[in-house]
Design a protein around this ligand. Structure first.
Ligand SMILES: Nc1ncnc2c1ncn2[C@@H]1O[C@H](COP(=O)(O)OP(=O)(O)OP(=O)(O)O)[C@@H](O)[C@H]1O
Ligand SMILES: N[C@@H](CCO)C(=O)O
Length: 353
C-alpha cells in the first residue's frame, strides 16, 4: 500500500476573526507513506520508520514516532480504535516546506495529516467531520485545523456540548497524545472525542486576491502568543471586532475587490495589539502599507499567532513585500517572502496505482 497525504498551510484570524477565521494556502506538508505488508515483523519503534526533509529538518523535528507530532496524533487516533501501533511495516517520508512556529499553521497541518495518516493505515473510514473532532482534541482552536482539513476560506465555531462532553474536551493534552514509553505499549486507551465538537462554513474568495506572506526568521510559539492575551476585554474593543468580522467574509468574497472596504474590515483590537510585545515593530509594520500608499494592497494582518505578516493584494506584490521586509529590517529582523493563493481542496490522500 503506497499513498501520499497533502495538507495545506493556513493563516488564521485574518485580522478580527481571532480563533474563528482560517484560510488554507498553497504550501503543502506531504507524507509519502508505504506500508510493506510482505513483512511479518519490524525492528522499528511501533513498526514505524520516519525520514524527513524541509523545515524542521536537521534534528529539530523528532524522527521517533512516539515524539513526532504527526505520528503521535496518528497513534492517538489508532489507539482510540484499538490499534496499538502502526501496521507492520509503515515507512513515512515527510516533506515539509511550512516554517515552524511562524503563524502559517504548521502544527494545524501536522495534526490534520496525523489524523489522515491513522485513517488510511488503520482503514478507519472516518468522515472529515469526525476527523475534525480528533483534530480538536489536540489543537483546540478550530481555525487552522478546519482550514487545513477542508480547504479554502472558512468560518469556524465550536458546537455547544453537553457538560459531560465539555469535560472530555478539556482533558489535558498529555492524556490525549501517547507519552513516550520507548516503544512499550502501556495498554492505556486514550479518550475518544465527543461527537461533533466543531463546525465550519466555507466563504467565497474573490479570485483576484492573492496573499503576500512576509516570514520573519524567528519563531513565536503559539502557546506563548496566547499567554500574552488578556483574559477579559473592554466592551468597546469586542464591539469593534464584531463590527468588522461581520463585514470580512463579504468584503473578501466580492469581485472586483474594494480595497478601502477590505482594509477597514481587517482591523483588529483583540489579539494583534497584545502580540506587539513578541514581534518588534508590529504596530508600525501593520501601518506601513495602505491601499493609498501601495496600489493593489487590500489589507494587512498578523498571520495566525505571528510573526508572519499577511498582506492581501491584487498587484504590486513585490513592492509590498519589499516595503514590509525593509520595515522589519529597521528592527534588525531578516525575512523571507512568498506569494500564496488559497488552497481550495484541503487535505487529500492519493493512492499510487
Ligand atoms: N511537520 C511537522 N512535524 C512535526 N512537528 C511539527 C510539524 N509542524 C509543526 N510541528 C510542531 O508544531 C510546532 C509549531 O506549532 P505552533 O502552533 O507553535 O506554530 P504554527 O502552527 O507554525 O503557527 P500558528 O499556529 O500561529 O499558525 C513545532 O515547533 C513542532 O513542534
Ligand atoms: N487563532 C489562533 C491561531 C494560531 O494557531 C491564535 O491566534 O492564537
Amino acid at each position: 500500500m503506497e499513498f501520499t497525504i497533502r495538507a495545506p498551510c493556513s493563516s488564521a484570524n485574518i485580522g478580527p476573526g481571532f480563533d474563528v477565521i482560517g484560510l488554507a494556502l498553497s504550501m503543502y506538508l506531504e507524507l509519502h507513506v508505504k506500508v510493506d505488508k510482505s513483512k511479518t515483523t519490524s525492528e522499528k519503534i511501533l513498526n514505524c520508520g520516519i525520514t524527513y526533509e524541509g523545515q524542521g529538518g536537521q534534528g529539530s523535528v523528532s524522527l521517533n514516532p512516539e515524539r513526532n507530532l504527526i505520528t503521535r496524533v496518528a497513534l492517538y487516533v489508532l489507539r482510540c480504535h484499538n490499534q496499538r501501533a502502526f501496521p507492520i511495516e509503515t515507512n513515512i517520508h515527510i516533506v515539509n516546506p511550512i516554517p515552524l512556529g511562524r503563524g502559517l499553521g504548521s502544527s494545524g497541518a501536522a495534526v490534520v495529516a496525523g489524523v489522515f495518516l491513522a485513517n488510511e493505515v488503520g482503514q478507519l473510514g472516518l468522515s472529515k467531520a469526525r476527523m475534525l473532532d480528533y483534530c480538536l482534541m489536540v489543537e483546540r482552536h478550530p481555525d487552522n485545523v478546519a482550514a487545513a482539513l477542508y480547504g479554502g476560506f472558512v468560518g469556524t465555531y465550536l458546537n455547544e456540548l453537553k457538560p459531560e462532553d465539555v469535560s472530555r474536551l478539556e482533558i489535558p493534552l498529555s492524556e490525549v497524545l501517547p507519552e513516550c514509553t520507548g516503544g512499550v505499549d502501556t495498554g492505556l486507551k486514550p479518550p475518544d472525542p465527543p461527537l461533533n465538537i466543531g463546525h465550519y462554513h466555507q466563504f467565497k474568495w474573490a479570485p483576484e486576491i492573492q496573499c503576500v506572506a512576509i516570514i520573519p526568521q524567528f519563531k513565536v510559539p503559539t502557546a506563548e502568543a496566547r499567554e500574552v492575551l488578556p483574559k477579559s476585554y473592554m466592551r468597546a474593543d469586542v464591539v469593534f471586532n464584531l463590527q468588522r468580522i461581520a463585514l470580512l467574509p463579504i468584503a473578501l468574497g466580492e469581485s472586483p475587490p474594494d480595497p478601502e472596504f477590505i482594509y477597514l474590515s481587517m482591523q483588529d483590537k483583540v489579539h494583534q495589539p497584545y502580540r506587539k510585545t513578541l514581534i518588534p515593530g508590529l504596530t508600525e509594520i501593520l501601518q506601513s502599507v495602505t491601499p493609498k500608499s501601495h496600489p493593489g494592497l487590500l489589507g494587512i494582518c498578523l498571520s495566525g499567532a505571528g510573526p508572519t505578516i499577511l498582506a492581501l493584494a491584487t498587484e504590486n506584490f513585490e513592492q509590498i513585500a519589499h516595503t514590509l521586509i525593509a520595515e522589519f529590517k529597521t528592527k534588525g529582523i531578516e525575512c523571507d517572502w512568498k506569494l500564496l493563493v488559497p488552497a481550495h481542496d484541503g487535505t487529500t490522500a492519493t493512492y499510487k496505482s
